[in-house]
Design a protein around this ligand. Structure first.
Ligand code: HXC
Ligand code: NAP
Length: 293
């Protein structure tokens, strides 16, 4: 067994028809590939049609699966409704949603215009609200169940983080929405969970969040106690499980997949793993000698 293999067995998702927002690139595309390999039908949606067309072609040739796209800016409720209609028309029904589309940039907060702050909130929080509300009404009105929704957040949704304040605020809102709807809409047969990834290299995130020299200066792998970044398949396996009926009793949860990054950087003494055994010997002697006095 390798952690770079698909975890679920073949056809585990053959009755799943899933919308993946932001599925044309990065993690959304990688998740879509694994969902398709497991037999799901997938509609990817985002703003750039050329990118979507290329992604559909790539995904078809990688998986032979049934995948299509809808051009959709998640900031528009009308667009999300159209994407949902397109998926229902194509596949007959929709019973899974992965809210993955996001916008982000790094900046001292005082340098942001009010509009720049709004743009991130609109994509991340309101975008998730738009897609979820459109789909939720459809599921309730049509009695479709079971349904699984997975919201992609970040670990700073619960820790907070400077320099990405609009994103942190919006992701925290998405997490609250996840837990709230997990409680409210369970009666309709819907489950809501969130996944909080640590660093997973993608062009979209890396170029915006670690531009230029920052990549070397703040090597993300060094912040992780396992000393590596995530492989896309690891996230895709987790999300496949959460979308599948194998996770039928998991609802309202946020699952972190970050190699221990946030815990490592939160624990006050964790950086002591830089201390060598010889230094520990000296320190032990020092502590003992202080006790004697
Ligand atoms: C400050 C900025 C800025 C920056 C844009 N703006 N970039 N302000 N620093 N780096 C300001 C602009 O000046 C403008 O404000 C406002 O933001 C909107 O900019 P537009 O370019 O007009 O917006 P738009 O075309 O809608 O593009 C949205 C975007 C863009 C978010 C700015 O980056 C984008 O499309 N991103 C999508 C993909 C993405 O971000 N992926 C990363 C996800 S990673 P004014 O006032 O001048 O009009 C992630 C978590 C990672 O989310 C966690 C890692 C561990
Ligand atoms: P990415 O490649 O930039 O993906 C973002 C996707 O969202 C793109 O396909 C983009 O497509 C789409 N999108 C952006 N604005 C949109 C809008 N208004 N309407 C519709 N679609 C929109 O970044 P990624 O790294 O794969 O990130 C995917 C998710 O993982 C995000 O939720 C991110 O916050 C989360 N995450 C990533 C990391 C990481 O290390 N990579 C860590 C933690 C969390 P268009 O631009 O064509 O619209």
């Amino acid at each position: 067994m390798k952690y770079t293999e698909i975890m679920l067995r073949e056809n585990s998702l053959s009755d799943k028809h899933i919308i993946v927002t932001g599925g044309g690139s990065g993690l959304g595309k990688s998740m879509s590939e694994v969902l398709l390999k497991l037999g799901a039908k997938v509609l990817i949606c985002s703003r750039n049609e050329e990118k979507l067309k290329q992604a559909v072609q790539d995904l078809k040739s990688a998986t032979g699966g049934q995948v299509s796209y809808a051009v959709c800016d998640v900031r528009s409720y009308e667009d999300t409704q159209k994407a949902l209609d397109e998926a229902v028309n194509r596949f007959g029904y929709v019973n899974g949603l992965i809210n993955n589309a996001a916008g982000n940039f790094v900046s001292p907060t005082e340098r942001l215009s009010a509009h720049a702050f709004d743009v991130i909130i609109d994509i991340v929080l309101k975008g998730t609200k738009n897609m979820t509300l459109a789909a939720g009404k459809y599921w309730i009105n049509n009695g479709i169940k079971p349904v699984s929704v997975v919201n992609i957040v970040t670990t700073y949704a619960f820790t907070g983080s400077g320099y990405v304040v609009p994103s942190a605020s919006a992701k925290a809102g998405v997490l609250a929405m996840t837990r709230s709807l997990a409680a409210e809409w369970a009666k309709y047969g819907m489950r809501f969970n969130a996944v909080a990834p640590g660093p997973f290299p993608t062009k979209g995130a890396w170029e915006r969040l670690l531009p230029g020299e920052l990549k070397n200066k703040f090597d993300p792998a060094q912040r992780v106690p396992l000393k590596r970044v995530g492989e896309h398949i690891e996230l895709a396996n987790l999300v496949s499980y959460l979308i599948s009926d194998y996770s039928a009793y998991i609802n309202g949860e946020v699952i972190t997949i970050d190699g221990g990054e946030w815990i490592y950087n939160a624990g006050q003494f964790n950086a002591f793993d830089q201390i060598t055994p010889e230094q520990w010997d000296l320190l032990a002697q020092l502590i003992k000698s202080k006790k004697k006095k």
